[in-house]
Design a protein around this ligand. Structure first.
Ligand code: SF4
Ligand code: SF4
Length: 348
């Protein structure tokens, strides 16, 4: 029996260990659409992929959720693109809710009016992440290509908070938004809203690396901002504990191939959000067969340690590079720069 004072992090660790031992997924990410009302400079979705045609239908999503339930999945994340562009979004949430999944939504927040916030509250999602890219209209336009949306996004965050929905601000470090980071932290603190950050961005889904031009790899700037973040934040979601451990201390690789499954808006199935090699398609195969028997999942599971990867074996930054197999398999110069920043963070 699990003691009641075990924290969520510990439970996740127990579940993750169990998923490795019994080859059983615990989380499902469904990308409901690649359409979006923004065109962010760092977005991993190529423009040609933002098609409504061919998107998974409500019936297909219901079937995916039924299959996930049978596989033992507990956590479901709905992400995009922008999920509130789907007209059936509340039907989808309601269906997942009735199955008893823990539900997290990821959104850019710009379409969440007061009325939508009330509807979200009624649908009883467990958590919602809203990306906040800048703190003035000029900055927002530069990053998202969209004018006049900042007030909508801030309004969404505050309306959700008012509705008592666990809302979290997600901030991504970019060259173009470093100047806003402290203001965003101050906004979160002032309104008692959780926030998280990420300073690693990746190639587009089609391999194009233009996104990396926007990566913030100025370590001094990142370190200063992180200091400000950590001073201001009581509980660190991006995990000071884990982030400050070297890979040796952390003890291994991420649990890709075991704990998670991602389904794209066109039914393609992947082991995680970073790896771009499809393992199958829910339109032609059962989720359980793809998860248990596909070449992609089995190949990923066969890599037991980063010592199995030739490039990492010889790399000076191995100990400090993120324990993310998807990134390790597709190393690029920016990942090396990120590893250097990680090293500085860990050795401070
Ligand atoms: S809001 Fe998200 S999905 Fe939309 S363009 Fe920006 S990064 Fe991409
Ligand atoms: S920087 Fe690249 S080669 Fe070095 S450990 Fe990280 S992924 Fe491997």
């Amino acid at each position: 029996m699990i003691s009641s004072n075990i924290r969520e992090g510990n439970i996740r660790k127990l579940l993750s260990d169990d998923s490795k031992k019994n080859i059983r997924p615990i989380s499902l990410t469904v990308e409901l659409t690649y359409r979006c009302n923004f065109r962010c400079i760092h977005c991993y979705i190529p423009d040609k992929d933002r098609q409504e045609d061919g998107e998974i239908t409500f019936d297909e999503i219901k079937d995916i959720l039924d299959q996930a339930e049978n596989l033992g999945v507990i956590y479901v994340c709905f992400t995009g693109g922008e999920i509130f562009l789907r007209k059936d979004i509340f039907d989808i949430i309601r269906y997942a809710r009735n199955k008893g999944f823990y539900i997290r939504l990821k959104t850019n927040g710009s379409l969440i009016t007061k009325k939508i916030a009330a509807k979200i509250a009624k649908s009883m999602v467990n958590a919602i992440d809203i990306s906040l890219y800048a703190f003035d209209e000029k900055g927002y336009k530069k990053i998202t290509g969209k004018k006049g949306v900042l007030n909508n996004v801030l309004g969404a965050v505050l309306n959700l908070k008012k509705q008592k929905i666990p809302v979290r601000i997600a901030y991504i470090f970019l060259k173009e938004n470093m100047g806003y980071s402290k203001k965003i932290v101050d906004f979160a603190k002032r309104n008692k809203i959780e926030f998280s950050y990420n300073f690693q961005i990746s190639n587009k889904n089609d391999g194009c690396s233009d996104t990396l031009d926007h990566a913030c790899t100025d370590s001094e700037n990142v370190l200063n901002t992180l200091d400000y973040f950590n001073k201001k934040r009581k509980d660190s979601e991006t995990s000071k504990k884990k982030g400050n451990k070297t890979n040796k201390e952390y003890g291994g690789r991420c649990d890709v191939g075991y704990s998670g499954i991602r389904v794209s808006p066109y039914g393609l199935v992947y082991p995680c959000v970073i790896l771009q090699t499809p393992a199958g398609n829910i339109r032609h195969d059962r989720l359980s067969n793809i998860y248990k028997n596909s070449h992609t999942f089995n190949l990923v599971r066969s890599i037991k340690t980063f010592k199995d990867l030739e490039n990492c074996k010889k790399c000076d930054f191995e100990e400090y590079c993120r324990p993310c197999l998807g990134e390790r398999l597709n190393c690029n110069p920016t990942i090396k720069e990120y590893a250097e920043i990680n090293k500085k963070i860990m050795l401070r």
